[in-house]
Design a binder for this molecule. Structure first.
Ligand SMILES: [Zn+2]
Length: 397
């Protein structure tokens, strides 16, 4: 256990001192929620459905993997999703796109990891204000017809259509059961009853979590593990192929033991390793024995080395899978959203940004100036120029 885990799992005099702050935090949260419910504060409705994925505790809880999995899943259904996040860097200000060439110091490690894992299949934008970030992404990518918001369960200013909460089941994730800052919870556990789905990260699951009777619970299951070359993700290697190689492991200080334990479990013989601080993943700091054949890292650390890595850099990748039911819930909700005539009113043409005419019988959205008909397939508008039908000269609009 690192120091933060120790802190979240204990109750010490410091926790007692901080408890009134936690109480204040939860009252403030409830008050804010009330103001939104009474329409004193207004949430901003965007022209595409928003899916919020968050954890109820501090930390990631495996959320990044779920975001990537859902993006890939939505793509297979012909959707064009985008990801918005606040990013965790010192420099989050105005909305900013993230690619694997972005600097970790500018966009933050987490956003960079998402860019690396998603392999450019969807746009990722970060920034301080989620509404502005979503608007900026949609302006730059008008083909996007769904947004996944990483975090933001409590940011009610952004109207959402679906809330998914991720729970890490591996390390007694609710800690001492107290609300932040005295404990790791960012909201009361009763909040779980109000969301659309709870996803339990089942990696080394030991607990059964009571998520109430009203919430659908799904399980994120670990799958195969293998190595991926950092510079060329098409190069993959099975675990046994590295068992006789000289592996040098580089980890950050907080996850060193966990990673080494995992490698030991995979029967890998680690001859040398170095432990460095989170912000010290630079070319100068990553020194390894000259005869090392493999430099092995966690994906989270390795993305910080993309601009100086060589072919010896490899990462350990674990596939994940989720019950098909979660995808069904999401698709059902998206279809409902697209059935809403108000939404069809605010959808605009991706080319001229002008209004569209909804033809119910033809299941099409027409742009008069461009003479294009965008199809509505399976209840979901496909806002792509190459998918649109060109209206013939004689066709009436
Ligand atoms: Zn148009």
């Amino acid at each position: 256990m690192n120091w933060s885990e120790l802190y979240w799992h204990r109750i010490t005099p410091l926790h007692v001192i901080l408890w009134p702050l936690s109480l204040f935090f939860i009252i403030l949260l409830a008050f804010k929620r009330l103001l939104f419910r009474l329409d004193v504060l207004h949430s901003v409705k965007l022209p595409v459905p928003i899916i919020v994925i968050d954890s109820i505790t501090v930390g990631d809880a495996g959320k990044t993997s779920l975001v990537i999995l859902l993006i890939k899943s939505l793509k297979t259904f012909g959707l064009h999703p985008g990801i918005i996040s606040r990013g965790y860097s010192e420099n989050y200000g105005s909305p900013l796109p993230v690619t694997i060439s972005s600097k970790p110091s500018v966009v933050g490690n987490k956003a960079l990891l998402m860019a690396y894992l998603s392999k450019g299949i969807c746009p990722i934008w970060i920034g301080h204000d989620r509404v502005s970030v979503a608007q900026a992404l949609l302006t730059a990518h008008p083909e996007c017809n769904a947004l996944i918001c990483d975090d933001g369960l409590q940011d009610l200013r952004l109207h959402r259509d679906l809330e998914i909460v991720m729970i890490d089941n591996s390390k007694l994730s609710f800690g001492n059961g107290l609300i932040f800052p005295a404990g790791p919870l960012r909201d009361t556990l009763s909040r779980l009853n109000q969301v659309d789905a709870v996803v339990v990260n089942e990696k080394s699951s030991k607990l059964s979590i009571n998520t109430g009777n009203h919430v659908k619970t799904f399980y994120l299951r670990p799958g195969n593990e293998y190595f991926i070359n950092l510079l060329n993700s098409n190069y993959r290697a099975k675990i046994p192929t590295f068992r006789n190689k000289f592996i040098h492991v580089v980890t950050d200080i907080n996850h060193s033991q966990d990673f080494l334990d995992e490698l030991k479990y995979l029967k890998l013989n680690i001859k040398s390793h170095s432990v460095i601080n989170d912000y010290q993943f630079t070319k100068e700091n990553i020194q390894c024995p000259p005869d090392a054949e493999i430099i092995l890292m966690r994906e989270k650390d390795a993305v910080k080395c993309l601009d100086f890595a060589n072919e010896k850099f490899w990462v350990l990748h674990e596939e994940i899978a989720i019950d098909i039911g979660l995808r069904e819930i999401i698709l059902k909700k998206l279809r409902e959203k697209f059935m809403d005539p108000k939404l069809l009113d605010i959808l605009v043409c991706p080319l001229c940004k002008g209004p569209l005419v909804y033809k119910r019988n033809e299941k099409e959205l027409i742009c008069k100036p461009d003479r294009l008909a965008f199809p509505i397939r399976d209840g979901i508008p496909v806002m792509l120029e190459e998918e649109a039908r060109i209206l013939s000269v004689e066709e009436e609009i």
